[in-house]
Ligand binder design. Structure first.
Ligand code: ADP
Length: 482
């Protein structure tokens, strides 16, 4: 089977979160299973820095507009692990400081940027290789599915090609003023509430949900949650109407990147059988955050997160006073909303002996925190899939999570430390604090803790099983369109 991935992120070139990890890892696994995968990614300035002059595959792909056209170059991003990557080069749209936004807000032409990207991918695949299925991701490439079933409706080579949409986060929908219909040359009769319109805006994600042949989300629990007003963000009705084509497939972890027995980014290697290296990683982490004289009895608590309301950062701030009365130190890495960046920096200033915060995106440090911490906090308001808790397990770093989305599906708390983590349900900082206290009690019992660490490390969250589930969905939608 030939699958084309169209996405706005793919590690290592362009990453702000889990989407990039999925778009990097799932194709590799599909190729291992014998499938052919092409990945299309915008040629952002950040990508151009890493891959300065890739070979040109197609010098000019036309993206039509009402009174003028744009032209994209398709560049050869190379073939790694059997996955062929293509970069879509439209300098006026992607040669920018950041991927989506500046500190003052989203780029105002994001609709045109990712609408054009989606169209360029369709045009490029028509020349390079038409796939058996398109796999699009989040609002950014939802328009590919919409265009396939509208402006390309009569195209004989695309008619029978289905599209799968994976929703990595329904909190980001890509909404733009109605004139976006004209910008992207979409027929006005699609600007209705049962298609692209939502609150008088063009809603890209809604379009993707309506026009894709099937929809997946990154955990089974999130697939149910987004059909409710609390998590659907206004799209719950649209999602309910597609319930029979909506599937939850829990994300896997790419163990070629995230495995303490081989990770080149950490101070020492370790396995469930030989844990000594973890102590070295812990020392290295404490050193990197300039902590001194932290004994083995002190719990090192790690956080790696986008600093966003979604991630429950306010909970961490809320319990800080109480938490720091315990024998703990807290190391946090993240960036995102300025409000949280400032709040957490203030926390670090207020509690210099116990709290350190690094405000940046730093993959090496993310690995060091996973490897060197004892506990990992994820008190997310909602968490579609979540990857850090799965990485944490592999590194014997016990997660404390809120029971939502993929956290609910991957973390189990059982009495006497018989599970793989600690979990709380209510959206209440007191419940979170209670869960952290339970984790700290277990941590103090070295025997219980070691058993728990080993159990967590031995769990298998590799991509093999989720990739098989994706293939089943691909097969189903290919079959339905024959
Ligand atoms: P989300 O996609 O909502 O941000 P996930 O848990 O699914 O959350 O994925 C987050 C990914 O991004 C993980 O690979 C994590 O290590 C990484 N990450 C998040 N923030 C940072 C950061 N500041 N520096 C390095 N990596 C980060």
């Amino acid at each position: 089977m030939h699958i084309v991935f169209a996405a706005s992120e793919c590690a290592p070139w362009a990453k702000t979160g889990g989407l990039a990890d999925v778009v990097s890892a799932l194709p590799k696994t599909l190729v291992k299973m014998g499938h052919k995968v092409h990945v299309y990614l915008p040629y952002y300035r950040q990508v151009a820095k890493m891959v300065p002059e890739p070979p040109v595959v197609l010098p000019s792909v036309t993206i039509p507009f009402a009174s003028y056209s744009r032209f994209a170059r398709i560049l050869d991003g190379g073939n790694a692990d059997g996955v062929q990557v293509y970069f879509v080069d439209i300098p006026e749209l992607f040669d920018r400081e950041s991927f989506y936004a500046t500190p003052s807000g989203d780029y105002p032409d994001n609709g045109e940027r990712f609408g054009s990207f989606s169209r360029a991918v369709i045009e490029a695949t028509k020349v390079i290789d038409v796939p058996d299925v398109y796999h699009v991701h989040d609002w950014q490439t939802s328009m590919l599915a919409v265009m396939l079933r509208s402006v390309y409706y009569f195209d004989p080579i695309l008619r029978h090609v289905p599209a799968l949409l994976t929703i990595h986060n329904a909190g980001y929908q890509g909404t733009f003023p109605p004139r976006m219909m004209e910008t992207l040359l979409l027929p006005w009769d699609m600007f209705t509430l049962d298609k692209l319109e939502q609150y008088d805006q063009v809603n890209f994600l809604k379009g993707g949900i309506v026009y894709s042949d099937a929809i997946t989300t990154v955990s089974a629990t999130y697939a149910k949650e987004i059909q409710t007003p609390e998590f659907g963000n206004g799209l719950e009705g649209t999602l309910q109407s597609r319930a029979s084509d909506l599937f939850g497939i829990l994300n896997g972890a790419d163990y070629s990147e995230w495995d303490p027995s081989s990770d080149p980014l950490i101070a020492a290697h370790f396995t469930p059988q030989k844990l000594d290296g973890k102590k070295e990683c812990r020392r290295d982490l404490l050193h990197a955050f300039r902590f001194e004289n932290v004994t083995d009895d002190t719990a090192v608590i790690g956080v790696v997160s986008r600093f966003a309301t979604q991630k429950g950062i306010d909970f961490i701030v809320d319990i800080m006073d109480r938490l720091l009365k315990e024998d703990v130190v807290l190391v946090m890495l993240g960036n995102g909303e300025e409000y949280y960046e400032r709040l957490l920096t203030e926390m670090a200033e207020r509690y210099p002996e116990k709290v350190r915060v690094q405000v940046k995106f730093d993959n090496v440090m993310a690995h060091k925190i996973e490897a060197g911490s004892d506990l990992f906090l994820m008190p997310s308001r909602y968490e579609p899939g979540g990857l850090n808790q799965i990485y944490s397990l592999k590194y014997g770093t016990i997660p404390v999570v809120r029971a939502t989305g993929g956290l609910q599906d991957s973390i189990e708390e059982l009495p006497n430390g018989d599970g793989n983590g600690f979990k709380f349900l209510g959206y209440d900082p007191n419940d979170f604090f209670e869960a952290v206290l339970r984790a700290l009690t277990a941590f103090r019992d070295k025997k219980v803790w070691k058993v728990m660490m080993k159990r967590a490390m031995e769990q298998d969250f590799s991509w093999d099983k989720p990739a098989q589930e994706y293939v089943r969905v691909y097969e189903r939608i290919i079959q339905n369109r024959l």
